[in-house]
Ligand binder design. Structure first.
Ligand SMILES: *Cc1c(COP(=O)(O)O)cnc(C)c1O
Length: 387
């Protein structure tokens, strides 16, 4: 076997993440490595924190990138905020809510699961009913943008319900950050985690998190140390905390942080509102193109995510064959259904840099061609960009 340098064929990434990355961000990755305690690097860390505060719309001091993917951001929230015996209400309407529930029990918490149908939003009334039944509850957790179904839940309302019953709210914003409105301070979110490879369009492997004062107090008042040494925020803050007194905790993913810095800078240059509007604009075009072919989106318009489009499988179509045809014929990746939705739908992502006109046109025309090859009886594509 002769092993050579790895040079993948470029793909267009329109699945549930990772998403396409702006060349400016890829270029940042290859800049010279410097020490993770180098004063230059420390200055960049402060900028990453400030840019994250902008993206999350928060003044929270404890706003940092955890050195591991979104799942580690999830664990950071649960392992720091949940102590053995704490009651935690998890609202579950897809795969990622189930993972939150799993985190609660592994932290020794007592899980109260509030279930909603996949493809629907988290029901605030059901949450309120659960909190009335469980006055001992300390935390509420739910997903803003459920990537397994393409559904948005109403974070502002759910946080208000949690607070009414003296609970803190943990929010999964892995797929929402940068793609749809998210207002950490305005909506009263107490703890939040995200990921870099979805609407931020940076390489995977880093998880931005943010905790408000109330959440920090809970962490500081713990009776037992956080079980995970690596994710213990009391220790991580020694590295990511203020100014000159930074001490070694772990070696930060230096070049990946250059890339995150550049991706966040791109978001700042574009402006949050413009980024959300861009996702919406290209979603509208994608929807028009898919509908012109006779395909349908499965999620109700009022709760549909523009950045993650769940598309119903047409009758008699082998979904995996179509995805394989798109990948081999067009270098285009779209996502399969996940969990209960496996085999039932495609998930077409329009995340971050991937939310652009060329991608939408490629996706619609190649899907049309691939379905025709399969003889799926799909109608011809019309014109789908109206402005
Ligand atoms: C992708 C995703 C995660 C997990 O992120 P990883 O970076 O894959 O660990 C968690 N929650 C949601 C909603 C996601 O879409």
């Amino acid at each position: 076997m002769s092993i050579k340098s790895f040079n993948p064929i470029p793909r267009t990434l329109m699945g549930p993440g990772p998403s396409d990355i702006n060349p400016r961000v890829l270029a940042a990755l290859s800049r010279p490595i410097i020490g993770h305690l180098d004063p230059q690097f420390v200055g960049m860390m402060d900028e990453v924190k400030a840019l994250l505060q902008y993206a999350f719309q928060t003044k929270n001091e404890l706003t940092i990138p955890v050195s591991a993917p979104g799942s580690a951001g999830m664990e950071t929230c649960f392992s720091n905020l949940v102590e053995r015996g704490d009651t935690v209400v998890v609202c579950q309407n897809g795969v990622f809510g189930m993972r939150m529930a799993e985190n609660v029990t592994r932290c020794g918490g007592i899980l109260v699961l509030v279930e909603d149908e996949w493809g629907t939003a988290v029901d605030a009334q059901k949450l309120e009913d659960a909190l009335i039944k469980h006055p001992e509850a300390k935390l509420v957790a739910f997903v803003h943008a459920e990537t397994s179904t393409g559904v948005e839940s109403d974070v502002k309302t759910l946080c208000a319900v949690a607070h009414k019953y003296n609970c803190l709210a943990i929010v999964d914003a892995v797929t929402s950050l940068g793609g749809i409105e998210l207002d950490v301070d305005g909506w009263g979110i107490d703890a939040i985690y995200s990921g870099t490879q979805k609407c931020l369009s940076a390489p995977p492997g880093i998880s931005p998190v943010s905790f408000n004062e109330k959440a920090v107090e809970v962490i500081k008042a713990r009776k037992t140390p956080v079980q995970s040494w690596f994710l213990d925020l009391n220790l991580v803050m020694g590295y990511w905390g203020q100014g000159a007194k930074r001490a070694y905790h772990h070696t930060a993913p230096i070049n990946a942080l250059y890339a995150l810095h550049e991706a966040l800078l791109l978001l700042k240059e574009e402006g949050l509102k413009n980024a959300w509007a861009r996702h919406r604009h290209h979603h509208d075009a994608l929807k028009a193109g898919l509908e012109a072919m006779g395909l349908t989106l499965v999620v109700d318009e009022a709760i549909r995510l523009p950045q993650l489009n769940a598309v119903a499988m047409p009758e008699g179509v082998d979904e995996a064959r179509i995805r394989a045809a798109l990948l081999s014929g067009y270098n285009l990746e779209i996502g399969a259904g996940l969990g209960k939705f496996a085999g039932k739908l495609w998930r077409i992502g329009l995340m971050g840099y991937a939310a652009n006109e060329a991608n939408v046109r490629l996706c619609v025309s190649s899907l049309d061609a691939a379905l025709k090859v399969e003889g799926a009886g799909i109608e011809a594509v019309g014109s789908f960009y109206t402005k």
